[in-house]
Ligand binder design. Structure first.
Ligand code: BES
Ligand code: MN
Ligand code: ZN
Length: 493
């Protein structure tokens, strides 16, 4: 295992090339040479231009061109970062460029690095850049036998405009956000035998203690007594006790009160409607919604939004034990509505029913839930995009906007009334599963029964929460999807 410690420094005018081992410099597709040309030595520019031409470097985002500079001054290597077309550069592109670069940085043992990118003088870009460098260094190696090795990387960023004080604040802020995202990744990647509902609650308490937040954990008995019949039913097949987590952040002059709700199934076997082995694997990620909202809370005392945020997590395993809830059962959710169980594998919505009703009872002005809810959403949108379904377009638009500023892909699906027939029940108020068609939408229509008139947005993160193969800018496994978007959302609320 490696622990990589990264230190960002500000490089100002009059760069001393002899201080660096490695130089990253940007190149737009529609520009002949690299950015910040005037800052580099003429000889160096010559070498760079020649390499770009010789290699026919296409400057695609995520591509890079390493050039050995034969110890020019001290610099041993220059890496050209493809930046796409100049007029198409945005936060998403920059995040990808930065994660690509830091993925490359990973391999150096000791290295003083300088980044020269023309857009870094804009604060939002600079912040996202530092965040993404930290994200790109993420690895989950906790259970590998390799000895722990500590490595220190020093990364200088050229920016002539920003003051040292603002730069320090940005480092602090970006480090808070990237640590939150990496924390969410850790929670998702942790094997399910360790990350139980009890363990998740311990993390919730720890986060709350550190940040001085109010935290309540309801245990199995309280869950039952409160009338959370959904969560209670789902938990019955498991030996692990269920929990309901409520963390509250309340600033003095809060403008409004929002609830963020995360699905916390620490393992989804499907229950009695057991999943086939191939679909069961990776179901440790079924608490990614919970990981996301807890990660947001871990950063909230640094972000200090002036709105009240209530974080709600219903958490349990979904197991086929002797006491397991069954298809044909009828359970009552926290708001009193009865639910006929058709399929015990549609467990997320049954637990969320209680959590959403609880948010309504808290008189939340807005509710946002994040859940790895349906395979159908992955079929529809692919593994890299989350589905957004909302009963309030204004809220939906603001979330889409936050996602755009966060390098996260979210696409809206309709809350199609006509599909309501799918979840009509003969014996109860509603049933928990319909036909295959429009499965992500009928799941949302189910949830809609528990939010009353409250503006509500549902994010189905089943795809992007966990990327098995990884990729240039996604780590393998848990991605921490949603943390950036929600943090952005509450920051701008
Ligand atoms: N946790 C799953 C959804 C899921 C599937 C997440 C694949 C990530 C990857 C959820 O609890 C589930 O099993 N949903 C069922 C619903 C069906 C039984 C109506 C599904 O999508 O098949
Ligand atoms: Mn399931
Ligand atoms: Zn599930």
């Amino acid at each position: 295992m490696e622990r990589i410690l990264i230190k960002f420094n500000l490089a100002k005018k009059g760069i001393d090339e002899s201080r660096y081992d490695l130089l990253f410099v940007g190149k737009y597709r529609d520009r002949k040479s690299v950015t910040n040309r005037n800052m580099l030595n003429k000889k160096m520019i010559g070498v760079i231009d020649q390499a770009i031409e010789f290699d026919n470097f296409d400057s695609e985002i995520g591509s890079l061109l390493p050039i050995n500079t034969h110890n020019f001054k001290k610099i041993k290597k220059v890496i050209i970062l493809g930046m796409g077309n100049k007029n198409e550069i945005n936060i998403t592109a920059l995040c990808r460029i930065a994660t690509t670069a830091s993925g490359h940085l990973k391999k150096y043992k000791k290295c003083r690095t300088l980044f020269l990118l023309d857009i870094m003088s804009e604060t939002d870009y600079l912040r996202s850049f530092m965040e993404s460098v930290n994200l790109g260094l993420y690895e989950f190696k906790k259970y590998k036998g390799d000895p722990v090795e500590e490595r220190r990387l020093s990364v200088d960023i050229y920016n002539s405009k920003i003051s040292i004080k603002d730069f320090r604040d940005l480092i602090h802020n970006s480090f808070t956000v990237s640590s939150a995202i990496n924390f969410a990744r850790d929670l998702v990647n942790e094997p399910p035998m360790f990350l139980t509902p009890t363990k998740l609650s311990e993390y919730a308490l720890k986060i709350s203690r550190v940040s001085n937040l109010n935290c309540r954990i309801f245990d199995g008995k309280e869950i039952e007594k409160m009338g959370m019949g959904g969560l209670n039913a789902v938990s019955k097949g498991s030996e692990e006790p269920a929990k309901f987590i409520h963390i509250r952040y309340k600033p003095r002059n809060s403008k409004k009160n929002i609830a963020i709700v995360g699905k916390g199934i620490t393992y989804d076997t499907g229950g009695l409607s057991l999943k086939p082995s191939d679909s069961m694997r990776t179901m440790k990620m079924d608490m990614a919604g919970a990981a996301c909202v807890l990660a947001v809370m871990s950063a909230i005392s640094v972000i200090k939004p002036n709105i009240e945020v209530n974080c709600l997590v219903p958490t349990t395993e979904n197991m086929p034990g002797g006491k397991a809830y069954k298809p044909d059962d009828v359970v009552n959710a926290y708001n009193g509505k009865s639910i006929e169980i058709i399929n015990t594998d549609a467990e997320g919505r049954v637990c969320l029913a209680d959590a959403l009703s609880y948010a309504v009872k808290l008189k939340a002005d807005e509710i946002i839930d994040l859940a790895t809810l349906t395979g159908a959403c992955i079929v529809g949108l692919g593994p890299y995009t989350a589905g957004l379904i909302t009963n309030n377009q204004h809220l939906g638009d603001r979330i889409l906007d936050s996602a755009n500023k966060s390098a996260e892909k979210i696409w809206q699906l309709p809350l199609d009334d006509e599909l309501k027939n799918e979840i009509k029940s003969d014996v109860a108020d509603i049933k928990n599963a319909g036909s295959r068609w429009g499965g992500a939408i009928s799941a949302a229509l189910f949830l809609e029964n528990f939010v009353g008139d409250t503006p509500w947005a549902h994010l189905d993160i089943a795809g992007p929460a966990f990327i098995e193969k990884g990729g240039t800018w996604y780590p393998k496994g848990g991605t921490g999807f949603g943390v950036r978007t929600i943090i952005n959302y509450i920051t701008n609320s």
